[in-house]
Design a protein around this ligand. Structure first.
Ligand code: SF4
Length: 319
């Protein structure tokens, strides 16, 4: 198999079937206390021509798979042959989705990023969706014209790590943006025409700050009204500052019951018209199935949590 190209090491769960293209390396911030993704590395912005070469290499891979499928008599089953070879981004036989990494590629010079996005559409005319991570703070710094330029080039969706909307907690975990900036950044993305996916981290407030975490997050999400709210529960990772705080007894993790109460509090206070998703990340196993469209599914989602809470309480009563 020929056709080497560089792929980002991380992607959102929803991008499992997307072609992964790396426009920048690592994180422009790198200070969030719960995160270990790019520790010990520095932001690198890749030259546009280098990224274009990667896109052409990916195209070559797609062509090879198609040729191979015809050679073995499965020319009408390109997707199946691609899947069998572990190339999930060709699962439908053509490239439909691309995710551009790493953690904040919108930090690139806007014209350069737009050029990369346009080249993707030229190279893969079947392309329908191009997405990327974007920091709230970077969205604040981009002008509405710059954001529109990216949207017009074909960037369709932004994944933003809100984590929490509580001011004190944002500072405590060194997220590098205030609640107000998260609101402004999110709104600017929507106004520019992007689909916006906001990630929230249940458990980030620990036993001490869970309630303000739920209240502040609901407030910020209500102000933004993103298209998607995705949950990704905190997991303490050795080597991160938050893990060290936990080891010193300064930060305490919640029990499953307490986490369910926190998520319940969040959902109860939401007045958004968003898709609320918990089932796309294994860290949310304790609330599997608490998904739905708000506000119409709110009552069912709360009932599901209540049933889970009953089971958890019942179980702990027998232990
Ligand atoms: S901005 Fe994202 S990738 Fe960077 S340190 Fe924070 S959580 Fe990690």
């Amino acid at each position: 198999m020929i056709g080497y190209y560089e792929a980002p090491p991380f992607r959102p769960p929803t991008e499992a079937y997307s072609l992964l293209i790396r426009a920048t390396r690592n994180c422009s911030w790198n200070r969030c206390e719960f995160c270990c993704m790019y520790k010990g590395t520095k932001l690198e912005i890749r030259p546009v021509e280098e990224v274009k070469q990667d896109i052409l290499s990916a195209k070559k891979v797609a062509q090879q798979i198609k040729e191979w499928a015809w050679r073995i008599g499965d020319g009408n089953q390109v997707g199946m042959v691609a899947r069998a070879n572990g190339i999930l981004w060709l699962d439908e036989g053509v490239v439909k989705n691309v995710f551009i990494g790493d953690s904040n590629s919108i930090i690139m010079k806007t014209e350069d990023f737009a050029e990369i996005i346009s080249f993707l559409y030229e190279t893969f005319p079947t392309l329908e969706r191009v997405t990327s991570y974007g920091r709230g703070k970077t969205l604040v710094k981009k002008s509405p014209e710059e954001l529109r330029m990216l949207r017009e080039a074909g960037l369709t969706r932004l994944h933003v790590g809100l984590e929490t909307g509580d001011e004190e907690l944002l500072e405590y975990v060194k997220k590098g943006a205030t609640a107000e900036e998260m609101i402004i950044g999110g709104r600017k993305a929507i106004e520019a025409g992007f689909e916006l996916s906001e990630y929230v981290m249940p458990g980030l407030g620990g036993r001490e700050r869970w309630e303000q975490h739920a209240h502040g997050t609901a407030r910020v999400l209500n102000e933004i009204n993103p298209h998607f709210i995705r949950l990704r529960t905190l997991g303490l990772i050795p080597g991160t500052p938050l893990y060290e705080k936990n080891q010193r007894g300064e930060f305490q993790l919640q029990s499953l019951e307490e986490l369910l109460i926190e998520v319940r509090t969040l959902i109860e206070r939401l007045t958004v018209t968003s898709e609320f998703v918990t089932s796309d990340h294994v860290a949310n196993h304790y609330m599997w199935g608490v998904d739905g469209k708000l506000p119409q599914d709110k009552a069912r989602m709360l009932e599901t949590i209540d049933a889970m809470l009953e089971r958890v309480l019942c179980k702990s009563g027998f232990e």
